[in-house]
Design a protein around this ligand. Sequence first.
Ligand SMILES: [Zn+2]
Ligand SMILES: [Zn+2]
Length: 419
Amino acid sequence: MKEFLWTALPPQPLRHTATSQVESLAHYVLRMSEILGLPLASLIKQAGMQKAACAIPCCGLLPCTEQTLRAMEHLTGQNDLRCGTLWAVSRALSLHGAGTKSRPRRWCPNCYAEQTREEWSEPLAWLIRLMQTCPTHGCALVDRCRICGDTQPHGDSVVQRRQCRQCAASLGWCTGSAHLVQSALERWIDAQVLAIVNYAANPQSPQLPADAFHKACLHLQRIPERWALVPAVVRSRLRRGTRRLLPPPTLELLLEVAATQHCDVVPLLTAPDATFQSALWSPLSDRQDAGLRRPAMPRLRLRVVLDHLMGEGPAAHLPPVVCILSRLGLELDEARQAEPVRVARYQQRYLRQGPSARLRRLDIAVARTLRSVALTQHLVPAPAHLIRWRQRLTTQLGAVDASRVCVTAVELSSLTVEA
Ligand SMILES: [Zn+2]
Ligand SMILES: [Zn+2]
């Protein structure tokens, strides 16, 4: 039936629907202007849209995104273009500051290098600021030309987007996976963001209600051992106005709550009762999320942290073991008694990292980074803070060591210093 329908614009499907690589609505509109040979501004004007599509909601979809969505679905006869936005979670989640406005455009150099003209597509995930890597390649998303270092504008045509506006160099090049230099926390955040995109990308996903987070918190409140781990800001707000709905959380807050409960963000919003039924501390923790677990017992925590830092290998700087113990409220003797083999192995690894003067310099950098409030006041540090720290450290230590210090600091920042 559908193929006999006449549509004003070519009935182009949105690319990669129902996958975490789903094309953003913003890119779909750009692609449409390319297909029509019509400048973007003319397309926007003639289709009755306000301005360029912005795919990131901020308490519901932005009015201009809603309008673009309606206009494009009407004109192309496609009924799943909302999958290129975060419509499905837009009422349950507030993404303040996560939008594209006034931030430089980001892209994956591998995607630009590999895609042929017929495959051009830019994933919705690239627009979410907390996401650090490409959903297809796992390499770091970049926002600067590698030749001249210039940032790139958002509103270009699809063709122009792949060339630097300053020096005309290609913005596509081959680069390796970023997973080795990411900490476990950063990898977990990327996986959670992708799960949200995956939910939104599926045409079958119902729109989550505005009270999804509130309901999850009510469930948590009934389980004291879980409730105690919820960030204080949420607990006090729920206590103050029992009748009032908690506002939709920012993505950062949602991640923080999920991390303390050892669950994933999508089930937390979609099925909180089932999610919180399982035991909080499973005896067998898998390596992947071991760093995120906060075992109540300091000794168990010690084992997790040591394993984890050693598992990070050369991507992390191993700080002196006493630096970790002080954050766990443990004495060296206690630690040696509880984990003799691990502690000894860790200390050997520590010494093998290099000459003592260099170790000392990196130890100080880790300690200083951990004192930064911006990094430690939330379980999930804001990427903007991390980038600033990394830049500051790079001038002192060089890029490689700065990166290692950051990985370690992020790792240790999730260990609250017990008063
Ligand atoms: Zn890519
Ligand atoms: Zn350039």
